[in-house]
Design a binder for this molecule. Structure first.
Ligand code: NAP
Length: 464
């Protein structure tokens, strides 16, 4: 990077871009001190020139000409904050080709086209920084890539979607229905008008794909990550889980070795299992999924409330570490983007980027565990006819698939209570011992086909 001052072009000045511009301009002295030289906001590119902007941004640096900004020879860093895969990808690739470093908060772009973007960066000998792409203001990318660099991560358990966590918290603490909690999240600005990507687990899967690349070197595409959303969770599941001692959270999880799904396992034995696989000559595996998981009330992640994000990382040397904070929003996300700019100013980011070799052919030997082989305990809720023999049919199917039952509760419901049904069907909750997901799904298919089950079974993984 030439000269003393570093010049920045900001492409996209909406929620996050507006925050980044504000921090750079309102806290210029602080940023200069931390970067060791001035970071000057030289250009701001938007779609609609007429839109009202933060008055702190000089009007004469705002334009709608992306190419002009990217190819400005005085610009050293392009910050892509447009979002999506179309224009954003072109901005990033063109900026790299023009010899600029890139900072982005775009999880979709990295999860879908990480290999292409990082290859382009290496070819151009430039750097891509993306702290804000996962968990907004929570510095988890830096923690994984730098602070925990002495470790092999053995497991990650994370709340990566604030919208879903807000909805689940409202359901658990205020007894709201899913629909009412979603409506409140929309009213308060935590959920988009179309909340699909948040509540069906897609958003969290994008972020998990990025964390899995950094931690395990696997290039899992988001659509290859097993995913279950929160939209099938009923108020009665929250209540039944609570009675059993659990809280339901939408978790993005990655764990190595042993194929089991358990917090203790992650801490105590999964790392060992991965090493054992190594020792036996087999490649180490990592299981990845996004799903609602029943966590003990006392688990750290069970206590993460509202729109917050949290990431638990287990390292083979450090043990368990937790990162928590605002996972989205203008200023938290801007905080991470500006930290990347400062790192580039200092010159740290360039060295870390070159050493990390992300999305390269130099993986760490991990392969992704096929979802059907992943083992877990399961919570299974059925609406069944209240008559003799029904239970026997269900337990026989589970036994056929070698799934043993840990507890079984038939809930008596009164009219008006959650679970009460006009057809006389009653909720039956079964908690299983460990079973492979493949066998569990086979059993589910057969249970759903029984004439005595009134509605498709609802099931979630257990976190222990
Ligand atoms: N919002 C969050 O809390 C958050 C958190 C973490 C990560 N992110 C990521 O940050 C990125 C930006 O999100 P955001 O919420 O800030 O989005 P946003 O508010 O919709 O802002 C998008 C910006 O891009 C500009 N833009 C769109 N199309 C353009 C075009 N063809 N040419 C030039 N400019 C164009 C828009 O211009 P106009 O202003 O003229 O419309 C706007 O300034 C996304 O990748 C998102 O996933 C967001």
């Amino acid at each position: 990077m030439s000269g003393d001052t570093i010049n920045i072009a900001l492409v996209g000045c909406g929620t996050v871009g507006g925050g980044v511009a504000h921090v750079l301009l309102a806290h210029a002295d602080r940023v200069t001190q931390r970067a060791g030289r001035p970071l000057a906001l030289r250009r701001v590119v938007v779609r609609d020139h007429a839109k009202l902007r933060d008055p702190i941004i000089p009007r004469d640096i705002i334009s709608t000409d992306i190419a002009d900004a990217i190819h400005d020879p005085n610009v050293h860093i392009v910050v892509e904050l447009v979002g999506g895969l179309g224009i954003a990808k072109k901005v990033v690739l063109d900026a790299l080709a023009a010899g600029k470093h890139v900072v982005t908060a775009n999880k979709s772009l990295l999860a879908d086209a990480g290999a292409e973007v990082f290859e382009a960066a290496r070819r151009a000998e430039r750097t891509v920084c993306f702290e804000a792409a996962v968990a907004g203001g929570v510095p988890v990318i830096r923690a994984l890539g730098e602070s925990l660099a002495a470790n092999q991560v053995t497991a990650i358990q994370a709340i990566l979607n604030g919208t879903s966590n807000f909805i689940l918290t409202a359901m658990a603490e205020r007894g709201m229905s899913y629909a009412a909690a979603l409506a409140e999240a929309q009213r308060l600005g935590y959920a988009e008008a179309d909340p699909t990507l948040d509540v069906d687990g897609s958003d969290a899967a994008h972020k998990l794909a990025i964390l899995a690349q950094i931690s395990f070197g696997v290039a899992a595409r988001p659509h290859e990550i097993a995913r279950q959303g929160i939209d099938t969770i009923d108020a009665m599941d929250i209540r039944f889980a609570y009675e059993l001692g659990y809280t339901i959270k939408l978790l993005a999880e990655a764990w190595t070795g042993g194929h089991s799904h358990s917090t203790n396992g992650a801490k105590l034995s999964r790392g060992g299992a991965a090493n054992a696989a190594h020792a036996n000559g087999g490649p180490p595996t990592v299981a990845l999924h996004v799903a609602p998981v029943l966590l003990r009330h006392t688990d750290l992640l069970a206590q993460v409330r509202g729109a917050y994000n949290a990431v638990l990382v287990y390292g083979d040397i450090v043990g368990e570490t937790l990162y928590q904070g605002p996972g989205a929003g203008q200023m938290p996300t801007a905080s991470s983007v500006v930290a990347d700019l400062i790192d580039l100013g200092v010159g740290r980011a360039q060295r870390t980027f070159a050493a990390a070799k992300l999305w390269s052919h130099e993986g760490r030997g991990f392969t992704v565990e096929p979802p059907e082989r992943v083992r877990s305990r399961f919570y299974l809720r059925l609406q069944v006819a209240d008559r003799p023999g029904v239970l026997a049919d269900i337990t026989r199917i589970l036994a056929d698939e070698e799934i043993s039952i840990s507890s079984l509760v038939q809930h008596e419901t009164e009219e008006g209570e959650p679970g009460a049904s006009a057809t006389g069907a009653v909720p039956l909750v079964i908690v299983t011992h460990y079973a492979s997901t493949g066998k569990f799904r086979k059993a589910l298919e057969r249970i759903n086909a029984l004439s005595t089950t009134a509605a498709p079974a609802v099931f979630f993984s257990m976190g222990d």
